[in-house]
Design a protein around this ligand. Structure first.
Ligand code: SF4
Length: 187
């Protein structure tokens, strides 16, 4: 299959996923950017839950993201917390209500049924191909990876414990599944 053909399919699929997410968000009075920001905040780690990181992840302007985060806070979907060490830094933590909302929205309507129709062996292969494609594009286009911590070159694993080699802080088993703005794949 040629790159333009793959592009075409991926574009139509991502457009469908976005449409379903938007429709889901609108049912709860959330604009697309607001549901996207909330989704990100339920998936990122403690180094990546700042307004600046949300802005980088979504690739939008600071003003748009700032307004969206205010709405999420007003609706009781996230809470703001000042960083313990650096008072200038604010963390945005999804509330139980915010997490529940996103749990309900993923996977997008129709995706699970469509995947079942393809057979489980093919899904495993598909996952590997999609992951490798994503990683390749991030690398080639020099984009921030925002990938899961356990695949990062700074992640240090000794016996049953994990440490971030960048911050020198311990990481839990849950932390290593989350996405991070400082993530880098091994060379
Ligand atoms: S190991 Fe990498 S991905 Fe994990 S917290 Fe540290 S910098 Fe982020």
């Amino acid at each position: 299959m040629s790159a333009p053909e793959v592009h075409d399919i991926l574009e139509r699929l991502s457009n469908l996923l976005r449409m379903e997410m938007r429709a889901f968000g609108l049912r709860f009075g959330l604009q697309p950017v607001q549901i996207e920001a909330l989704t990100y905040l339920t998936q990122c780690n403690r180094y990546s839950d700042t307004p600046q990181a949300v802005t980088e992840y979504l690739g939008l302007t600071k003003g748009t993201v700032s307004q969206s985060l205010k709405v999420l806070e007003q609706k009781g979907l996230v809470v703001k917390q000042q960083d313990r060490q650096d008072k200038r830094v604010v963390h945005l933590t999804p509330t139980a209500k915010g997490k529940k909302l996103i749990e309900q929205s993923i996977p997008a309507k129709g995706l699970e049924t469509a995947l079942k129709m393809t057979g489980s062996i093919k899904i495993r292969e598909l996952k590997e191909v999609l992951r490798a494609t994503l990683r390749g594009m991030q690398h080639n286009n020099k984009r921030k990876t925002f990938a899961a911590c356990h695949t990062c070159r700074f992640n240090q694993h000794h016996h049953d414990t994990y440490t971030c080699g960048l911050t020198k802080e311990p990481l839990s088993k849950q932390d290593i599944q989350l996405i991070c703005r400082e993530h880098q794949y091994p060379e």
